[in-house]
Design a protein around this ligand. Structure first.
Ligand code: UT7
Length: 360
């Protein structure tokens, strides 16, 4: 895409007037997802594989989580390697050259290094020489948080476009001797190119763009899902290492209850703020942690299963990568079509949550 083709967004007021609903409280953001791309490492680890070294079974994992297999990065692969491939696919799909990018934003909790940011590594490797870059830490909510930040920067005129990536090597922070956590997660990356909405949508015509965001955090729940050691609170020591404190710890039941509650609350909140009903949603893309979480939330929201995209069976929980991987797959297989009203919901460590309503 020639640089001159990227135009400034239409004004917030014009966009809101064209796409907003009377009485709605959310401020629509005149920014759209122009393209998506995803990548997952080649190595597939099945539940059966895990049962060879752990006291677990395919039956337990499948029935309690819906997960059948997950992807695990090769020893030489790191988060920026996965992010690079997903980003290149998204840029190709947008017909955009890396030099045109203004911003590279990477949502991750498993960056290549404590610093510098994985986004900076990605920016360099993409050849996005004019782009600003930073990481965003909101765990499994990270991609939706990233869309809010990226689109806000575009709508404000600070950047003309943004590449928002969710990428994780969860396998590197898992305790592979802890059956209660290591069976749940996987590695992967997804990316989206965000561009301004350039023309005010005509009344009744299909358009693409964000209609609103609902972001939140409850740090009181930080104890339920974390990596205790290796940060400034508890720098790594041989004792902490031996005590396996550098690995992910989770109180599954507490996170489960939070997840079901917050999917419902945040979905209803963003729908109300934007002036829509649950029945208006054509496609729900929730963070992929556990089919039981998604099923319980869908039941409470009364969203039929055919509107819900699920791929946790093949990838496990890929944290910030899960929502964009679902988007990329759903678009590729035709489940996401232009004009669809899409509800994205992320939730995870922090505890954090993030929802967005958008026209695809
Ligand atoms: O991205 C957001 C982060 N994560 C999540 O959203 C995960 C939220 N939590 C969950 O998905 C579920 O709570 C889990 C899948 C983690 C656990 O499911 P659960 O039905 O809540 O099981 P539980 O923790 O109550 O454990 C039931 C039993 C326990 O045995 P006892 O104490 O009843 O004898 C566990 O030790 O299952 C045992 N268990 C396992 N057994 C076989 C735990 N993990 C395994 C395993 N294989 N992998």
């Amino acid at each position: 895409m020639p640089e001159s083709d990227i135009k400034p967004p239409v004004s917030l007021a014009e966009y809101a007037a064209a796409v907003g609903r009377p009485g709605a409280l959310a401020r629509p953001v005149p920014v759209r997802i122009a393209s998506v791309g995803a990548y997952a490492p080649e190595r597939v680890v099945t539940n059966h594989d895990l049962s060879k070294t752990l006291d677990t079974s395919d039956e337990w994992i499948t029935s309690r989580t819906g997960i059948r297999e997950r992807r695990v990065a090769a020893p030489e692969e790191a988060t920026s390697d996965l992010a690079l491939k997903a980003a290149q696919r998204a840029l190709d799909a947008a017909g955009m050259a890396p030099e045109e990018l203004d911003l590279v934003l990477c949502a991750t909790i498993t960056g290549d290094y404590p610093f510098p940011s994985t986004a900076s590594l990605l920016q360099h490797r993409l050849g996005a020489r004019r782009a600003a870059a930073f990481d965003l830490s909101a765990a499994c909510s990270g991609f939706v948080y990233g869309c809010a930040v990226g689109s806000g920067l575009i709508a404000s005129g600070i950047h003309r476009n943004a590449l928002v990536v969710g990428a994780e090597c969860m396998s590197r922070v898992l305790d592979w001797t802890d059956r209660s956590t290591c069976v749940l997660f996987g590695d992967g990356a997804g990316a989206a190119v965000l561009l301004p909405v350039e023309e005010v949508p005509a009344p009744g015509q299909p358009f693409s763009g964000f209609l609103g965001f609902d972001l939140g955090s409850d740090g009181a729940g930080s104890v339920f899902l974390n990596v205790p050691a290796g940060g400034s609170r508890a720098p790594m020591t041989p004792e902490l290492l031996a005590d396996r404190q550098g690995f992910l710890k989770m109180s599954g039941t507490d996170v489960f209850k939070f997840a079901v509650r917050i999917i419902v609350e945040s979905s209803l909140s963003i729908l109300e703020k934007c002036g829509y009903e649950v029945s208006d949603v054509t496609c729900l893309v929730a963070h992929q942690a556990n089919t039981r979480i998604i099923d319980a939330a869908m039941k409470r929201l009364e969203i039929p299963a055919e509107k819900v995209v699920v791929n946790v069976d093949r990838y496990g929980n890929t944290s910030a990568a899960s929502v964009p991987i679902v988007l990329a797959e759903a678009e590729a297989d035709g489940r996401l079509r232009r004009g669809d009203l899409v509800l994205m919901v992320g939730f995870g460590a922090g505890l954090t949550w993030a929802s967005s309503l958008l026209r695809w």
